[in-house]
Design a protein around this ligand. Structure first.
Ligand code: KIV
Length: 276
């Protein structure tokens, strides 16, 4: 049965870890649902792992909508969170319009926004409008260049304190879940203890209330780079290339298709067709 926001609150209260994994299309969402993962994130990481962009910055609303619809069709019984792409929540009006589209047209159950205290008015407005919001602080890929690149955040006293302030402000504004990316485990642990809402870590240690990773990373499908926090559980890229090579070689050498893969005609029809 599809989990709901109160289920995630309850999981935090009883200490049951929450699992989240990205999925971007019909088959990947089917795999994730079949594996029993608690939540799907249609992350704007799709810009890199599916669309081949250099970063998440070029990802558009239309792309997020297209992939959310496909993931929703693949996982009708899983809670789906969709990332709002860069600039789609630059103003309150844009945020309301675009978040509304992701929920109404895309079928998302909630939207995720990157940012801390600065985006509080947007989080509050969306929540009041009935759109569930997930926050995302720490390393925020949409603004990575402002952070000096893809670096661990919150390593000194001031930035650790700022992360705690951001987390508290997002909770007060109505966010029901908070993603913590690439921050020291002690900071993530403290945020997780101080907040009532669950935290989902990615490169934030074991003390978060749950974990999220990228589908293509855990299955070994994306090779351009591999952050320290990724654990790879399979090697599907190598296996896929090998299988495709085998197909290619078999066609070239006439091994495929065999009789088993071929349709025939009855002798009677052949006779009538070619008899004379
Ligand atoms: O886009 C994404 O996949 C994300 C996760 C890395 C949290 O935001």
């Amino acid at each position: 049965m599809k989990k709901t926001i109160p289920d995630f609150e309850k999981m935090k209260q009883v200490g049951e870890k929450i699992t989240m994994l990205t999925a971007y299309d019909y088959p990947s969402a089917q795999f994730v649902e079949e594996a029993g993962v608690d939540m799907i994130l249609v992350g704007d990481s799709l810009g890199m792992v599916v669309l081949g962009y250099d970063s998440t910055v070029p990802v558009t609303m239309e792309e997020m909508l297209h992939h959310t619809k496909a993931a929703r069709r693949g996982a009708p019984q899983t809670f789906v969170v969709t990332d709002m792409p860069f600039m789609s929540y630059a103003t309150i009006d844009l945020a309301i319009m675009n978040a509304g589209r992701l929920v109404k047209e895309g079928g998302a159950d909630a939207v995720k926004l990157e940012g801390g205290v600065d985006i509080v008015p947007i989080v509050r407005t969306l929540t009041h409008a009935g759109i569930p919001v997930v926050g995302h602080i720490g390393l925020t890929p949409q603004t990575a260049s402002q952070l000096g690149g893809f670096k661990v955040q919150g390593r000194d006293l001031d930035s650790a304190k700022q992360l705690l302030k951001d987390a508290q402000a997002l909770e007060q504004a109505g966010a029901f879940l908070l993603v913590l990316e690439a921050i020291p485990r002690q900071v993530a642990g403290q945020i997780s203890t101080e907040l009532k809402i669950p935290t989902i870590g990615i490169g934030a240690g074991l003390d978060c209330d749950g974990q999220v990773l990228v589908f293509h990373d855990i299955l070994g499908l994306f090779k351009r780079f591999k952050p320290k926090f990724v654990k790879q559980y399979a090697e599907l890229r190598t296996n896929s290339v090998q299988a495709i090579q085998e197909y290619h070689n078999e066609v070239k050498s006439g091994i495929f298709p065999t009789e088993h893969h071929t349709f025939g005609l009855s002798d009677e029809v052949i006779e009538k067709l070619y008899g004379d």
